[in-house]
Design a protein around this ligand. Structure first.
Ligand SMILES: NC(=O)c1ccc[n+]([C@@H]2O[C@H](COP(=O)([O-])OP(=O)(O)OC[C@H]3O[C@@H](n4cnc5c(N)ncnc54)[C@H](O)[C@@H]3O)[C@@H](O)[C@H]2O)c1
Length: 321
């Protein structure tokens, strides 16, 4: 079975590619376990470390004909991760609309036209929530975003739900918590500091935290999120029903608690300097930090246990300790 990951040279996509290579199988559109015979990664950037066994298509998916090259008649599954992240989508509305919404629509249209009905996993975000938040978000809380990124994700969610109802694709939308700890350089997500305040001090470097220590966050580890993408893919369509969207489990953690965990892991919290940034603070503080993810639990999605486990996973997976 041919499997495609858009945005597969990015943080989560490259990790997903690695895990799929090791796993070697997924459920096919009929629900049977099928060997992955071709793993295609499509991204505008070349991978930092190409994985043997992956076919890379490097190029802008917004270019004419590129979607047709990526989705062909043999494609059974698509993990659509390509995106313009939160702060960048806020700063560049046009680009955010084109990548976060138009590209999603183009992929669905292509699947419809060639009649392949792939399993279509889409990475949405807790940024779909924003206005009038209750103390705890539930599976029934309305998505009323307070950012262009959240709005574009929410629009894509509804389209995927409808395209699944129409039988064009077999969609599965997972709303990700903020994923930490992200390795490498910071990206243009408003939440980039969430990883930075752990990653940088663990490497002995100074970093800036743009929100106050009492700020609460809803986070998950890359290990758990990648396992969730695969779980979302493999669930039978009947388990999803007409509601193709799920809030993924996470943990609620304060910035100050993250710094305590950093210390326990051998890092120096004094390397984190607090310097408030009103733009970042406004975006990040509009996101929920407490969620009751009953549906995800019923559907069997995995979850992290605490911040120490998340820091430990980073040290093991990325610092090789
Ligand atoms: N990391 C998080 O905390 C988080 C939280 C919520 C949701 N998400 C979502 O998860 C997905 C993956 O996130 P990530 O952290 O790995 O992001 P990332 O920025 O590392 O990866 C996204 C990839 O998309 C690619 N891309 C962007 N525009 C493209 C285009 N026009 N054509 C081809 N490729 C293009 C980028 O080059 C990049 O490699 C995204 O959809 C993101 O919105 C991530």
């Amino acid at each position: 079975m041919r499997v495609v990951i858009t945005g597969g040279a990015g943080f989560l996509g490259s990790r997903l590619a690695q895990v799929l290579l090791e796993r070697k199988y997924l459920c096919d559109p009929a629900g049977n376990r099928r060997e992955i015979t071709e793993l295609v990664v499509a991204d505008v950037q070349a991978p930092a470390e190409p994985l043997p066994g992956v076919r890379y298509i490097v190029g802008d998916l917004l270019e004419p004909d590129s979607v047709a090259k990526v989705l062909d008649a043999n494609t059974g599954s698509l993990f659509h991760l390509a995106a313009v992240v939160s702060a960048e989508a806020e700063a560049n509305f046009e680009l955010g609309m084109r990548v976060n919404f138009d590209l999603t629509r183009a992929l669905i249209d292509r699947a419809r036209k060639i009649g392949i009905r792939p399993r279509f996993v889409f990475t949405s975000s807790l940024a779909v929530f924003g206005a009038d938040l209750p103390g705890v978000i539930t599976d029934r809380t309305a998505a009323i975003p307070l950012s262009s990124y959240g709005t574009q994700k929410a629009m894509a969610e509804l389209l995927i739900n409808d395209a699944s109802r129409k039988g064009f694709i077999d969609g599965r939308v997972v709303r990700l918590p903020t994923v930490a700890v992200r390795p490498g350089k910071p990206n243009r997500a408003a939440s980039a500091f969430v990883s930075g305040i752990l990653r940088e001090p663990l490497a002995g470097r100074e970093t800036v935290c743009p929100v106050p220590p009492e700020t609460e966050l809803w986070i998950a580890s890359p290990r758990t999120v990648v396992a969730s993408l695969i779980h979302a893919h493999d669930l039978a369509p009947e388990r999803w029903g007409h509601h193709r969207i799920v809030n993924l489990p996470g943990i609620t953690v304060r910035v100050s608690e993250m710094l305590e965990a950093l210390k326990r892991a051998g890092g120096d919290p004094s390397l984190v300097r607090f310097e408030r940034d009103p733009v970042i603070e406004r975006i990040v503080c509009s996101w929920p930090a407490r969620m009751q993810t009953t549906r995800a639990t019923e559907l069997g999605f995995p979850s992290d246990t605490n911040i120490d486990q998340i820091v430990r996973a980073y040290v093991e997976d990325y610092l090789g300790k």
